[in-house]
Design a protein around this ligand. Structure first.
Ligand SMILES: C[S@@+](CC[C@H](N)C(=O)[O-])C[C@H]1O[C@@H](n2cnc3c(N)ncnc32)[C@H](O)[C@@H]1O
Length: 219
């Protein structure tokens, strides 16, 4: 990356973060922009978690522009961090029930605190591996897991889910290709995002994909 490309990303990222903080304050009463590093980072031992980085609203707008969510859906953000994805859906007046699960208590409590005033939202503090995903129809993930841990999580879903779900994943070009050609999973949509509305959001393009999972198609 040359100096001009670097400056382009620094400026784009900075302006997008400023805009994020403004929207956070309106929806959550506080900014969710501060990064909190992971305390569980040993992927070889199945606890490969990323730190709590909030996804830009601009990125979420782009990813969800073609995804239909209705009032009969129950959406869960797996590794919800401080709750940015849920704040995005509140901002968009999404009619679904919204859930988040987060194992880092520090950020999970912050998400619980600001969502208290929204009956539509529930945040659970705990390990995403201990949850049964049958009550949910839409699962979202902003790279909560390092690659080995992600594979273990996919196996957890496959061994427990009894009905079809939609999984939307982003910023996970290293891990999510594991779903390609995997029985039961079919890719509905996908792409890579670098720039939205003129803002260069990342140093290099970040992949996103929308998957349909149907347990009956695994056999
Ligand atoms: C990159 S952040 C994304 C935060 C939020 N989803 C967003 O997009 O703004 C990933 C989060 O997943 C959480 N996480 C990772 N492994 C987890 C697990 N096993 N159970 C619950 N949360 C987990 C991390 O603590 C971190 O807060």
């Amino acid at each position: 990356m040359n100096i001009i490309q670097k400056a382009d990303y620094k400026i784009g990222g900075h302006l997008a973060t400023k805009q994020d903080a403004r929207i956070d304050k309106r929806i959550c009463g506080q900014s969710l922009t501060e990064y909190v590093p992971s305390i569980y980072r040993d992927d070889s031992k199945g606890v490969g978690s990323t730190g709590s980085h909030s996804t830009h609203y601009l990125m979420l707008e782009r990813i969800f522009s073609n995804v239909t969510i209705t009032s009969s859906d129950a959406l869960i953000d797996i590794g919800c961090g401080k709750g940015r994805v849920l704040a995005f859906f509140l901002k968009e007046k999404c009619p679904a029930k919204l859930y988040g699960i987060e194992h880092n208590k520090e950020v999970g409590r912050l998400a619980q605190e600001w969502t208290k005033k929204y009956d539509q939202v529930q945040i659970m503090i705990g390990d995403a591996f201990t949850l049964d995903y049958n009550p949910y129809t839409i699962l979202t993930m902003a790279r909560p897991f390092l690659p080995k841990t992600l594979l273990a999580f996919i196996e957890h879903l496959e061994s427990t889910l009894t009905h079809p779900v939609t999984l939307i994943s982003w910023c996970d070009q290293q891990g999510i290709p594991v779903l390609n050609g995997r029985p039961g999973w079919s890719k509905q949509e996908g792409g890579a995002i670098l720039r939205v509305k003129g803002f260069k959001l990342f140093p290099w393009p970040q992949a996103y994909s929308v998957w349909a999972y149907d347990p009956d198609k695994r056999k």
